[in-house]
Design a protein around this ligand. Structure first.
Ligand code: PMP
Length: 338
């Protein structure tokens, strides 16, 4: 028999997909790691599991305890499902600008969802500060009852990506990888995968594909945390340097507009059948730029972080796209008018 004992064992070990159009366009082999196939539907199941295992090991999360986290949604979904499977309650704080689909998925996963206004990190009402304070209030009332995941600054996040995502990519490519690129929210994926690959071959190029509106590309390129524009992508970009992002070794960084990334999502769905979310579009755009920078014949890997169905009402909605000035492909328009 070949069985897995529980949900935690189903996290990770995702397939590496060949991205046909991106490969043909660049003359490189461009691969995307299918993280949308995780049980909670995103790469953040890995983060959730890495943080929970670390907290259990340290005795910070005890049987029957409460998980508290601030998240754009996906980490919360992972924590709620892993919590359900391991006997923890979860309370999730998230900004009210995130997709309806993610909020619903969190509720269905059994999390108690608290929506808070989307304000900058320096504002004490930011979802991360509110989540931390709420966790402290639970522990003041009953010491040891709750644990704050702290995905942005808890480097167990990066370490888990180094041990799992990065090692899987190395093994799936037989070590024949020239470049890795992805966007950063906490920075855990980029920093962790970067460490795993560079420790095995220091020549592997690591690149950041940053959505417009995020300050990270400017930070990498000129040391300044300044941002321009905005993006409809969710869960990526940052106005600050997190502990997970801090020590990442990054060779190249680009700021990617929605007008470049979203059409790649539409094309991928229409021509190759993969339905992925906004951050994956930014990642594919980055993979094309990295492949072009390296030149034909190289192998480039990125991650397909979650599924497009999680953003149905935005990314695949002609009226929404038009409002944002993003081209609507003829096939999508036709699907909605028939
Ligand atoms: N893509 C999606 C859809 C996400 O939810 C996130 C995390 N918020 C990321 C990418 C970024 O991953 P990381 O936090 O590891 O930088």
């Amino acid at each position: 028999m070949s069985v897995i004992p529980d949900l935690s064992a189903a996290v990770g070990h995702t397939p590496l997909l060949r991205l046909r159009s991106a490969s043909a366009l660049t003359g490189c082999e461009v691969f995307g790691k299918a993280e949308f196939l995780n049980p909670g539907g995103s790469i953040k199941d890995r983060t959730a599991l890495g943080l929970v295992l670390d907290a259990e090991r340290r005795g910070l999360l005890r049987p029957g305890g409460t998980i508290v986290e601030g998240t754009a949604g996906n980490t919360g979904i992972g924590l709620a499902l892993i919590g359900a499977s391991r006997g923890y309650r979860s309370v999730i704080f998230m900004p009210d600008t995130q997709s309806r689909e993610k909020i619903d998925a969190l509720r269905v996963a059994g999390a108690e969802v608290r929506l808070v206004p989307a304000v900058p990190f320096k504002d004490p009402r930011h979802y991360v500060h509110i989540a931390r304070a709420y966790c402290e209030s639970l522990n003041d009332a009953a010491p040891g009852r709750a644990w704050f995941g702290n995905q942005f600054d808890n480097t167990a996040n990066r370490d888990w990506h180094e041990a799992t995502t990065g090692v899987e990519i190395w093994e799936q490519t037989d070590g024949k990888i020239d470049g890795f690129v992805c966007s950063a929210g906490t920075g855990g994926t980029l920093a962790g995968v970067g460490r795993a690959l560079k420790s095995r071959n220091p020549g592997v190029k690591i690149a950041l594909s940053d959505p417009t509106g995020s300050a990270l590309a400017n930070y990498v390129n000129c040391g300044e945390l300044v941002a321009e524009g905005s993006s409809i992508s969710e869960g990526i970009g940052s106005s600050r340097v997190t502990a997970n992002f801090q020590d990442a070794s990054i060779d190249l960084a680009w700021s990617i507009p929605d007008q470049e990334s979203v059409p790649l999502l539409h094309q991928l769905l229409n021509e190759e059948g993969w339905c992925v979310g906004g951050s994956s579009g930014v990642n594919i755009a980055g993979a094309i730029r990295l492949a072009r920078a390296l030149g034909p014949g190289h192998t480039v890997v990125t991650v397909l972080s979650d599924a497009g169905t999680r953003y149905q009402a935005k990314l695949f909605n002609p009226a929404f796209l038009r409002e944002k000035g993003i081209p609507v492909p003829a096939w999508l328009d036709k699907s909605f008018s028939s």
